[in-house]
Write a protein that binds this ligand. Structure first.
Ligand SMILES: *Cc1c(COP(=O)(O)O)cnc(C)c1O
Ligand SMILES: [Zn+2]
Length: 395
């Protein structure tokens, strides 16, 4: 494999108050205002080699964007092969919905069967470089199995807390990957309290969504891949099943970096948040025109990855919707399993429930004229249906 260029990471900057933080020490949230930190790069240096031609011979993983990734020099030892997933044409599904140009970014082939691998791999590379020995991870499920896998691969101990009613296949996966697992009576935010306590008490490094600065860097590579796979022209529309919002915020950050490097102009996709009507804090906040989202009570959905009642970066999710001209849509939870079948039957894509929810969101947004049938539309299937035996046809 050809050697990757060096990272051009320079520092971290608060996403809200712009306060500078150093990237050569462990960081979590802004010391000033307590909000999420963003990695900043020397993009003038990065753009010397990060070009569509320059990417040509590089490895087919998210680390091909090494210039704009943290700790890229550790990619070889940390990576399990995450990223550079297929962007599939979905003509049969498109024909049923009346869309001319429907695409599916299929994340199901990632290590541990979901796109959580991207974020965790990036965070793990940085944690490894800065000497972390124990990671604390509150999760709705998939981030826990990704943390377990990447910790194991790097010789780091993973301490995972997740709801006891997480789908059994995901619990088994975490155990099989050797993590120290606590099942809790509650949701991801309750797991967050337990992990924060463990971190204070035992000195674990907390890696929860956007309270750690580099997971978003891994997930932003989905934005770079869309750009590269569509020959430098971003799609009109992106539908994203949104829990903590890392991927949505990350792709939006990627588009900003691409523009700063002169690789795209000011054109952007409209970004659409899809949530289940059983847990839709962003949809509610958006419809009320609020800047922050209130916690969702009694969150319940068959899609654990979007069962996030109080996302930490609600403000950044809402800001992305405003800047992109998108919107947030809640889909009936009982429509999700039928949508998984439809993905399978029409396109051979074994979608996870979160990914399947975007199909229902698209139908709703086509019906009310928000999305036009001749637009280029990308649905995110964020994981594999294989993690959900509980939602599959009975045998
Ligand atoms: C975590 C997760 C999501 C939500 O992703 P965010 O970027 O945190 O909003 C969607 N789908 C699956 C399968 C997930 O595991
Ligand atoms: Zn700040």
């Amino acid at each position: 494999m050809t050697k990757l260029p060096a990272s051009t990471l320079t520092h971290l900057e608060c996403s809200i108050c712009d306060a500078r933080h150093e990237s050569d020490e462990l960081q979590t949230i802004c010391r000033g205002c307590g909000r999420a930190l963003f990695a900043r790069y020397d993009l003038d240096a990065a753009k010397q080699t990060l070009t569509r031609e320059g990417l040509g011979g590089r490895e087919a993983s998210m680390w091909r964007y090494a210039e704009v990734m943290p700790a890229s020099e550790l990619a070889g030892s940390v990576s399990l092969g995450e990223g550079m997933t297929p962007l599939l044409a979905a003509p049969r599904l498109g024909a049923e919905l009346g869309c001319d140009d429907l695409l599916v970014k299929d994340e199901g082939g990632n290590p541990t069967g979901s796109f959580k691998a991207r974020g965790i791999a990036a965070a793990m590379a940085m944690a490894k470089r800065l000497g972390v020995t124990d990671v604390g991870m509150p999760t709705a499920g998939n981030a826990g199995s990704a943390a377990a896998a990447y910790c194991a691969h790097s010789g780091i101990t993973a301490h995972v807390a997740m709801p006891a009613d997480t789908p059994p296949a995901i619990i088994q996966e975490v155990l099989n990957l050797g993590a120290d697992l606590q099942l809790i009576d509650g949701l991801i935010n309750d797991a967050g309290r337990i992990i924060a306590e463990g971190c204070r008490e035992h000195g674990w490094f907390e890696m929860s969504t956007l309270k750690e600065p580099y997971r978003v860097e891994g997930k932003k590579t989905m934005g770079y891949e869309l750009w590269e796979q569509l020959d430098g022209v971003l799609p009109d529309v992106v539908l994203y099943p949104t829990g903590g919002g890392t991927g949505l915020i990350g792709m939006w950050k990627a588009f900003g970096e691409l523009e700063a490097m002169g690789l795209i102009g000011s054109e952007r996709p409209r970004m659409y948040v899809v949530q289940s009507d059983g847990c839709a804090p962003i949809v509610r906040a958006w419809s009320e025109g609020a800047e922050r989202a209130e916690p969702w009570q009694d969150a319940a959905t068959v899609a654990p990855g979007i069962r996030v009642p109080a996302p930490f970066a609600d403000d950044l999710i809402l800001q992305t919707l405003r800047e992109s001209g998108g919107t947030a849509v809640a889909v009936p939870d009982e429509a999700i399993v039928p949508a998984m079948r439809r993905f399978g039957r029409l396109e051979g894509i074994d979608a996870c429930p979160e990914g399947a929810s975007t199909l229902i969101g698209l139908e709703l947004l086509l019906a009310d004229g928000t999305i036009q049938p001749d637009e280029r539309i990308v649905l995110f299937n964020t994981g594999t249906g294989l993690k959900h035996p509980e939602l599959r046809p009975e045998v």
